[in-house]
Design a protein around this ligand. Structure first.
Ligand code: DP6
Length: 337
């Protein structure tokens, strides 16, 4: 899996590679940083990688370029270039080159609406760029690199159930993700209820930095995280759906409590978000194995056992304000094409 298939262009200075990475959703959330410079999260997190939401990225290092270029879904997006350039610099430094790159990326889902586009985007970028540069890099190192683009991207390097470790060392080498359980061992399904397709006003990065500076609940959130991680990991390793449901919903609601008590207020939900939570609670009362989680946006992700997926999808589709439901199984880690 980690033998890079890089396609060399005729000139030895130019090289190109393509990678695909999938989005992930956190069941035990990351919200807050220990170090903003090298993007070390303040807490660990646990996620599932999704099969249905992916980013495909082609990176070409070209001697003829005087600056990095980025296009997303067929449109040039210069506003993202500074963040992408800083990220590529990490890999350029490792490869000891200065060559600029063209980055062409495609997502099969709406950008910035709380569907983890930065996770799949930076994981695909890290994988494609390191392959194009022919870097010898282990999965763990790739996860450490991806983290510096976006914390959640470190988790999208891997498939199935994934745990991201909070850092124990100052240089960030202890802050990486690793697989916890393969998807085939517990093939849960996810129903995503899209309640708004527009980009969120305040992204995760800005939001969590604001929360750590202003929410009176931020310290309590950090304190609760270690226990939630232990419970989440145990629930996954024992395939205990009820235990996972309880701890994942609790982690989600704690994260949003911190967001809502941030100044200025971070209210990521809309009315349909709340109605989806109520619909899922009703399903739970009826004995359906399902729970909700919500990231920094208004979409609701219902995680369920595979026997329940049609039932859950029907219930969420019927909620007023739900524009579309997307079904997804659990997906694989990064792949090179
Ligand atoms: C709510 O990974 O987007 O999705 O590291 O600043 O790029 P940066 O943040 P990002 O934050 C994700 C926040 C979250 C919860 C999670 O995925 O754990």
């Amino acid at each position: 899996m980690f033998l890079h298939k890089a396609l060399r262009l005729p000139s030895t200075m130019n090289s190109q590679s393509k990678a695909i990475a999938r989005a992930n959703i956190a069941l035990i959330k990351y919200w807050g940083k220990a170090d903003s410079n090298i993007n070390i999260p303040a807490t660990g997190s646990i996620s599932i990688t999704l099969d249905a939401l992916c980013s495909e990225t082609v990176v070409s290092f070209e001697e003829s370029l005087s600056a990095d270029e980025f296009s997303l879904d067929g449109e040039s997006r210069p506003e993202y270039v500074p963040r992408i350039s800083r990220f590529l610099d990490i890999l350029r430094e490792r490869a000891d080159i200065k060559t600029r790159a063209s980055v062409i990326s495609k997502n099969n889902f709406p950008l910035g609406a709380g569907l983890a586009s930065s996770a799949s985007g930076f994981a695909a970028l890290a994988a494609a760029a390191s392959a194009a540069l022919k870097l010898e890099i282990s999965p763990r190192e790739l996860s450490i690199v991806a983290r510096q683009g976006s914390g959640s991207a470190a988790r999208s390097i891997f498939g199935g159930f994934v745990e991201m470790h909070a850092d124990r060392s100052k240089d960030g080498e202890g802050s990486f993700a690793e697989p916890l359980l393969e998807s085939s061992a517990w093939p849960l399904e996810v129903v995503i209820a899209l309640t708004d397709r527009s980009e969120k006003a305040v992204g995760s990065r800005q939001g969590m930095n604001r929360s750590s500076a202003t929410s009176p609940y931020y310290v309590a959130w950090l304190d609760a995280s270690a226990k939630d991680l232990d419970r989440g990991r145990d629930a996954i390793l024992n395939r205990d759906f009820q235990m996972l449901a309880d701890v994942a919903q609790s982690s989600c609601l704690k994260m949003h409590s911190v967001a809502m008590t941030t100044q200025p207020v971070l209210m990521y939900w809309n009315g349909a978000t709340v109605e989806c939570i109520r619909a899922i609670q009703k399903l739970q009362q009826d004995g359906v194995p399902v729970f909700f989680t919500i990231d920094a946006g208004p979409q609701v992700k219902a995680v369920c056992e595979s026997s329940a997926v049609q039932h859950v999808a029907g219930a969420l589709q019927a909620v007023s304000g739900v524009k579309e439901v997307i079904l997804s199984g659990l997906g694989a880690g990064v792949e090179w094409g």
